[in-house]
Design a protein around this ligand. Structure first.
Ligand SMILES: [Zn+2]
Length: 315
């Protein structure tokens, strides 16, 4: 009896220690601007970026979702079969695809009607491919995370998406990965291997700091860590570094889950009354809706100055 009790205590202690060092964290990996967003435009870049990203996702058993801009499939206004085939590779690899609009317009700058047209124009090829794999189009990712700078636009768009069976795809770990990616492209074009490695290392450190920051934001807002949704892009940086990025998440105790699973969490039913110009994380939207104090939003890690300088972009 005593032995059994000691054994039970041992098991309980083991699991409580284990759960502290390896919390049950979850993250969805979402990749925008498919098939490619890069300063490099050659076939080799298109295929290597697709292959590199899919390999990393498969290596880590991550059910990734790619958001497509169908305009990026075109050469001189015609869909290029080579690029369409790369898109199909995502489905062959068991990944999901969503709509990111046709031409990546800015909802702040055009009318809701123009924006809605662009959404519908952006689903043609992807829907056909999804059908081939017995899948359906389910998610829409707002370009620039702009969801409406007026309440009319915001509500109108939400209704439009629901009427067309789209679920908006939120983002919680928002970040300036795209600035690192521009810097990385610049280093590739400059054939500067040392700079490439330096940017890659800085990217991994920055993303870990961002992830830790949003883990904290989640705890402040929900008193727990909700399933996070990461936004990154189909670029050369992730071709070369997504594997290491996923290893970082793995080391922090994350399991990779689907968008569907994440959205089952009640946190994603939180009220979002944010109307405005900036594209911001859903954690900030929920916090603004709850009128959290200014201090809540502070302390976000910035992209290093050398990255911004080399990219020629200010954060
Ligand atoms: Zn985008």
């Amino acid at each position: 009896m005593k032995k059994a009790l000691i054994f039970l205590l041992f098991i309980l202690t083991f699991f409580s220690i284990h759960s502290q060092t390896n919390p049950n964290r979850q993250v969805v990996i979402t990749i925008d601007d498919l098939p490619l967003v890069s300063r490099l435009n050659d076939k080799q870049t298109y295929s290597s970026v697709t292959e590199g990203i899919l390999k990393a996702l498969k290596d880590y058993n991550a059910p990734g979702i790619g958001f497509v801009n169908e305009k990026k499939l075109e050469i001189k206004d015609v869909a290029d079969p080579f690029r369409v085939a790369l898109l199909e590779d995502w489905l062959k690899a068991g990944m999901e695809l969503g709509n990111h609009s046709y031409s990546h317009p800015d909802l702040n700058r055009i009318t809701l009607e123009e924006y809605q047209e662009d959404i519908l124009k952006g689903e043609t090829i992807t829907k056909e491919l999804l059908g081939k794999y017995q899948k359906e189009m389910r998610y829409f990712r707002h370009p620039f995370l702009h969801t409406g700078n007026t309440s009319e636009k915001k509500e109108g768009l939400a209704q439009f998406l629901a009427a067309h069976d789209y679920q908006p795809a939120p983002v919680t770990i928002d970040n300036a990965e795209w600035i690192f990616a521009r810097a990385y492209d610049n280093a590739i074009l400059a054939k500067d291997e040392k700079m490439k490695a330096k940017i890659g290392g800085a990217y991994l450190a920055y993303m870990e700091a961002k992830t830790a920051f949003y883990e904290g934001q989640s705890k402040k807002l929900f008193q727990r860590e909700i399933p996070q949704i990461l936004l990154i892009h189909a670029n050369t940086l992730n071709r070369d570094y997504l594997g290491e990025l996923l290893q970082m998440f793995h080391d922090r105790g994350y399991a990779f889950i689907s968008m569907e699973k994440a959205l089952e969490d009640s946190a994603y039913d939180s009220k979002d009354e944010f109307v405005g110009i900036p594209g911001i994380t859903w954690l900030d939207r929920w916090a603004l809706t709850r009128k959290m104090p200014k201090a809540f939003f502070q302390g976000e890690p910035p992209a290093p100055k050398f990255i911004q300088d080399y990219a020629g972009i200010r954060e």
